[in-house]
Design a protein around this ligand. Structure first.
Ligand code: CA2
Length: 150
């Protein structure tokens, strides 16, 4: 028996992304996280998808959100923030739930410090979008919807 893919997408944001739009606009742009949420909801709604939007500065909260998403969403658009470069636990959680994850980075991490060039998330991500600004979240949603239709 085949299970129906839920018409719901989780957009997950890691540490310090609540500060978006308040500092470092040359790196992260002028949009706030509320603006990003609105962009995501609009992009998803056009294709009949709802968005669950969460930001946390705590690794455990992000882990719990990934676990809880299993079977509930078509996939996850995930900007893990600095946990990208440190967290084996988040990579393991993604492997464990077997959901497509699109890893998004607002900035082009490969043009920045060397420590930002390695990601623990990329090997377990379905797709990776870097350096597209906050439009990367829209591209991520489009990609997840594309994957869900396969
Ligand atoms: O480019 C991205 O989206 C990052 O995931 C952002 C993380 C950074 O650690 C990654 O290497 C790349 C940092 C998010 C912090 O966001 C701020 C936004 C405004 C002001 C201060 C921090």
């Amino acid at each position: 028996m085949s299970e129906k893919t839920p018409a719901r997408i989780l957009v997950l944001n890691g540490p310090n992304l609540n500060l978006l739009g308040t500092r470092e606009p040359e790196v992260y742009g002028h949009e706030t996280l509320a603006d990003v949420e609105e962009l995501c909801r609009t992009a998803a709604a056009g294709a009949g998808y709802e968005v669950e939007f969460l930001q946390s500065n705590h690794e455990g909260v992000l882990l719990d959100a990934i676990h809880a998403a299993r079977g509930q969403v078509a996939g996850i658009v995930f900007n893990p923030g600095a946990f990208t470069h440190t967290s084996v636990a988040l990579a393991d959680a993604i492997s464990g739930v077997q959901l497509p994850v699109v890893e998004v980075h607002i900035s082009n991490v490969h043009r920045r410090e060397a420590f930002r060039h390695h990601s623990y998330i990329s090997p377990v991500a379905a797709s990776i979008i870097v350096g597209a600004g906050v439009n990367g979240y829209v591209l991520g949603i489009q990609q997840l919807i594309h994957l869900a239709g396969k």
